[in-house]
Design a binder for this molecule. Structure first.
Ligand code: D0Z
Ligand code: ZN
Length: 640
């Protein structure tokens, strides 16, 4: 739509809003409700145009499309600012709880609170970082044509997953960091300054941008909460870590793996070592059993991206949940284009805010991992569909972790060997204890392994926003966290020339990450509750499949329909009976594997944990300084 119409909307918001001429705040609640309704209707239109411009850019990266996207973003920011201003003309103190809640959401507008110049700079920097990441390619692969270049999706992802060649993996790992991480260091530094400015512009009470982002979780101290949860789960991670390290030692040898140290970061099957399921073949507890990874099978059967999305759609619909509209199937981009277009391949789900247009963009690969991602994205779309009739301020997850959990919860059922057999993706499944442990191992490599990574992404950023980590130690602090929590270390020297946090999409795209940590905890709470509703309360949690349970589907839909109209503990209570994040269901799910790991680690005489200094290639400025001094003194002594 024409800029003119958008301007009209904004102008109307300013001047059509009735206000008391004596400068007193408006106390009439009917007027307030009318105002909220108008803002929501107009927000639908302004947002639609901004999302559309974004979509066009993300599915066709060009300078022109970037320009259009930046323009639309600034129109949206002006709109949000006006809405906030007009909301402030009301005295909300005597209003109904729900009216107050809606007003409060209008007050916090993120980066839109910046001046229009700063906002443009902020958007431009993020767009530039995202573009660097999305168009990065690694060339010069040893033994290949020097002009042959590799993109993250699918090339580098596949190499990381499939190769077992130490040096080839390292080339891939280092090359990606050189191309996607390093170049955005200065942009990122500038971004942090503007982000902090935005936090202050929302409300002086925010110390910095991290403080602003944590606020949406509506708890006293989110960092303390997640650290407490992780402390409960860390023993599980360390057991798994020690076991995997032993198996890698057996495969790669003692010159590559130190059985008491951190694990080399490039050997775990994933570019960021955030999930290790791709090396299941190296670590499977009982190798002779039927496999639980259906990648080969999907390829043998000639599966397409469409077919994978249909599998997911069927699972949602069979629970009695909403079907995706026709336009979803026509307008989504579920295959990487081969017409020379550059696109943002990183998967995403889109709500166009007009109650009918919902899309997914994914460079779908024919693998089990990708099938899980399909379910993850379809979970977002299901949430969009369920809350579409809420006012715009309520169209979001009860908290961000809820939004991330929906698809993953369903995938917990879909991934069970029994279910995969039902839909023809596994021929034979073992129903003995050993097969069970193989399956639990593959799940642990996705779920338990993710926890420390899901935590450190924002531990690092929160400290950056707070000024506790500065550009002078960006990378050193990153590796400190990587080693402390994940027990991994780089196998090539890293320095402040590098910028490894930005070799991850969410850093360059400014997407917060603690939502995934939260999701990985609460999805097991949801799974447990749904399994009970599905009449599977007696089945071990890891074998439960809620397939076709109308009771489970209905209760889930009830929670999703709320959007963020109620505080998240209420939404959680309605489904699970609990008002808190709770790690217990996750621990129950994995209990048989944990027992087995105890036994196995005991047999191998392995001690848990790692010496953070052994095997690390990170530069230690203090050590360097001491070395330099020692050499200097020695030099003087010799000279004399
Ligand atoms: C474009 C959001 C979703 C709605 C938010 C509403 C969106 C993209 C992001 C993409 C994925 C890519 C792989 C799966 C999701 C992502 C993380 C963590 C993770 C999660 C599950 C999993 C493995 C890893 C990662 C997403 N819409 N408030 N976001 N996942 O902003 O409007 O599309 O990055 O199995 O590291 O890969 O959450 O879907 S939007
Ligand atoms: Zn997601």
């Amino acid at each position: 739509m024409e800029q003119g119409k958008l301007c009209l909307i904004i102008w109307c918001l300013v001047s059509c809003t009735p206000f008391d001429t004596r400068g007193q705040k408006i106390t009439d609640e009917n007027q307030a409700i009318q105002f909220l309704r108008e803002v929501s209707d107009q927000a639908e239109i302004v947002r639609y145009h901004s999302v559309m411009a974004n979509w066009i850019y993300n599915t066709n990266i060009t300078d022109y499309n970037e320009q259009k996207m930046l323009e639309a973003s600034s129109v949206l920011a002006e709109f949000d600012k006006e809405a906030r201003h007009n909301a402030s003309l009301f005295d909300i103190s005597g209003f109904d709880e729900d009216t107050i809640r809606q007003f409060e959401f209008l007050l916090y507008i993120g980066s839109a609170a910046l001046s229009s110049e700063d906002k443009l700079e902020y958007d431009t920097i993020i767009s530039k970082m995202k573009r660097t990441y999305s168009t990065a390619k690694v060339c010069g692969r040893p033994g290949h044509n020097p002009s042959e270049c590799f993109s993250l999706e699918p090339d580098l992802t596949r190499i990381l997953a499939d190769s077992r060649d130490y040096d080839e993996l390292l080339w891939c790992w280092e090359g990606w960091r050189d191309e996607a991480g390093k170049p955005t260091r200065d942009d990122y530094t500038q971004f942090v300054e503007l982000a902090n400015k935005a936090a202050k512009a929302n409300d002086e009470k925010f110390d910095d941008f991290g403080d602003y982002l944590r606020y949406s979780y509506d708890v006293d101290d989110l960092q303390a909460d997640v650290l407490r949860l992780y402390a409960q789960l860390e023993p599980l991670y360390k057991k798994l870590h020690a076991y995997v390290r032993r198996r890698l030692y057996q495969h790669y040898g003692d010159d590559k793996i130190d059985v008491k140290g951190p694990i080399p970061a490039h050997l775990l099957g994933n570019m960021w070592a955030q999930q290790w399921n791709n090396i299941l073949d190296l670590v499977e507890p009982f190798p002779g059993k039927p496999t639980v990874d259906v990648t080969d099978r999907l390829q043998e059967l000639g599966y397409t991206a469409e077919r994978m999305f249909e599998i997911s759609e069927d699972f949602f619909v069979d629970l009695g949940l909403a079907a995706t509209p026709e336009s979803f199937w026509n307008e989504s981009m579920i295959v990487k284009p081969d017409d020379g277009r550059e696109v943002v391949c990183h998967a995403s789900a889109w709500d166009f805010y007009n109650k009918e247009d919902f899309r997914i963009k994914q460079c779908t690969d024919i693998t089990m991992q990708s099938l899980i991602t399909v379910h993850h994205e379809m979970g977002h779309v299901q949430y969009f569909l369920q809350y579409k009739d809420q006012p715009v301020v309520y169209r979001g997850g009860a908290n961000h972790g809820f939004h991330e959990a929906v698809g993953d919860v369903l995938a917990l059922s879909v991934s069970t060997p029994e279910h995969l057999q039902t839909i023809g993706l596994l021929d034979v499944i073992g129903d003995d204890e050993e097969s069970d442990l193989n399956y639990l191992m593959s799940q642990a490599l996705k779920k338990i392994v993710f926890l420390p990574f899901g935590l450190i992404m924002d531990l690092w950023r929160w400290d950056v926003y707070a000024g506790k980590i500065t550009p002078q130690n960006y990378n050193a602090k990153w590796w400190e966290l990587r080693t402390k929590y994940q027990g991994i270390a780089p196998s090539v020297p890293r320095s402040e020339e590098d910028f490894d946090p930005a070799a991850k999409y969410h850093t360059n795209s400014n997407t917060p990450y603690i939502r995934y940590f939260v999701s990985y905890i609460i999805q097991f709470q949801f799974h447990k509750a749904l399994c009970e509703l599905a009449g599977q309360g007696d089945v071990p949690l890891h074998r439960c499949d809620i397939h076709q349970s109308q009771a489970a589907g209905a209760k889930l839909a009830d929670m999703l329909k709320l959007g963020k109209s109620k505080p998240w503990p209420e939404a959680m209570h309605a489904l699970t009976g609990s008002r808190q994040m709770d790690a217990q269901p996750l621990m129950d799910y994995f209990q048989p594997l944990i027992d087995w790991l105890d036994e196995e680690n005991g047999k191998n005489g392995d001690t848990l944990g790692w010496d953070p200094t052994s095997g690390s290639q990170t530069e230690h400025p203090k050590v360097n300084l001491i070395m330099a001094t020692v050499l200097f003194v020695l030099g003087i002594m010799i000279y004399r």
